[in-house]
Design a protein around this ligand. Structure first.
Ligand SMILES: *Cc1c(COP(=O)(O)O)cnc(C)c1O
Length: 343
């Protein structure tokens, strides 16, 4: 918890390095199978550092459905002339191939938040390499247990460690991991000068959270699959998006890339935005709140945010499944759906 260290040692001023970050970064690097990992003050600080790998006026390719913070910052950069931003459905490889011409950074998010659209990382890595672009994967929804983007050839993997890594909805933190020495050096310089550093206490909390990550992930993904299967049978639910369902468009790719599937699922409620909101108002065990990846289950109508991708339906509810008893979660959710849609 010091801002400065005795001269002549391995640590100097605390913006450049801290022993607690290093322990946390080593653990995340090991999980991702990466040579380097850097922690940042939030997921968005990590996003900003990674996007900054594009030169001023450079071309950045982003998915058309993507975490809304990434949408906001790339829109701002485009307005400022900081970057040329090309939005594409990154799940559509032909469209991506076209958009990648002359690109500097290709950003993908898989599974995408909140539609769970899967993107083929091997194909993205290949397209990036062919075009001399840096590929970055936001792997937050998969956690470092579920998916390993570097193993598929991606250059940089990003996490909002606020979510599954820390896991208790009590710390904001981000990470970037890479095998590339030159990229790691550029990102470290960006963090040191930009100052988006993690606090030592936050890194310590995240390190503690990591110790239970595999257990939390196993429980939450298993419960999510159980809930998805039951939700499909409800007539008032128009669509269930869950990678565990064989009919989900992302299921096949998930088997190869994210075999545990995800602990986030989404439902589209008959009756539109009002009916969907009524479900959030009726739950008692689930918490109506933003964010995901914590031990407690959260439910949110994403389009309540004006910054959400227009590709996300108005009646879509994102469910972040936690580690509570699956039967308690089902009882509460199904009762809330019934009361909201049969009013
Ligand atoms: C939450 C989130 C972020 C941003 O992370 P913060 O820690 O909130 O700054 C980025 N990407 C995804 C997919 C997220 O869910």
């Amino acid at each position: 918890m010091s801002t400065t260290f005795h001269a002549g040692g391995s640590l100097g001023y605390a913006r450049t390095g801290n022993a607690t970050w290093s322990a946390f970064e080593e653990a995340v690097a090991a999980l991702e199978g990466a040579r380097h990992c850097l922690s940042f003050s939030s997921g968005m600080a990590a996003v900003t550092a990674a996007l900054s790998l594009a030169p001023v006026g450079g071309v950045v390719v982003v998915p058309h459905v993507v975490y809304n913070g990434v949408r906001s910052i790339t829109a701002e950069w485009a307005a400022l002339g900081r970057a040329v931003v090309r939005e594409v459905p990154t799940g559509d490889i032909a469209a991506l191939e076209e958009a990648a011409q002359g690109a500097h950074v290709i950003w993908v998010e898989t599974p995408a938040n909140p539609t769970l659209t899967m993107t083929d990382l091997v194909a993205v890595a290949e397209i990036a390499r062919k075009n001399g672009a840096i590929s970055v994967c936001d792997s937050t929804l998969a956690s470092p247990v579920g998916q390993h983007p570097l193993a598929h050839g991606i250059d940089v993997v990003m996490h909002s460690a606020t979510k599954y890594i820390a896991g208790h909805s009590d710390v904001l933190l981000g990470t970037l991991a890479t095998d590339d020495d030159r990229l790691a050096e550029l990102l470290l310089a960006q963090r040191t000068i930009g100052g988006g550093i993690a606090g030592p206490f936050e890194a310590w909390l995240a390190l503690r959270g990591l110790r239970t990550l595999p257990l939390r992930w196993e429980r939450a993904t298993r419960t999510a699959a159980i809930l998805a299967e039951r939700l499909v049978a409800l007539p008032s639910i128009e669509r269930v998006r869950a990678l565990s369902l064989p009919e989900d468009p992302g299921h096949g790719l998930a088997l190869a890339q994210l075999p545990t599937f995800s602990a986030v699922i989404a439902i589209e409620v008959a009756g539109g935005a009002d009916a969907a909101q009524a479900v959030c108002d009726a739950v008692r065990l689930w918490t109506p709140a933003t964010s995901l990846g914590g031990v407690e289950s959260l439910i949110e109508r994403r389009r309540r945010w004006g910054t959400e991708s227009p590709g996300v339906p108005e009646n879509l509810l994102r469910l972040s499944v936690g580690i509570e008893d699956p039967e308690d979660l089902w009882e509460d959710l199904s009762a809330a759906i019934t009361s909201a849609t049969t009013g």
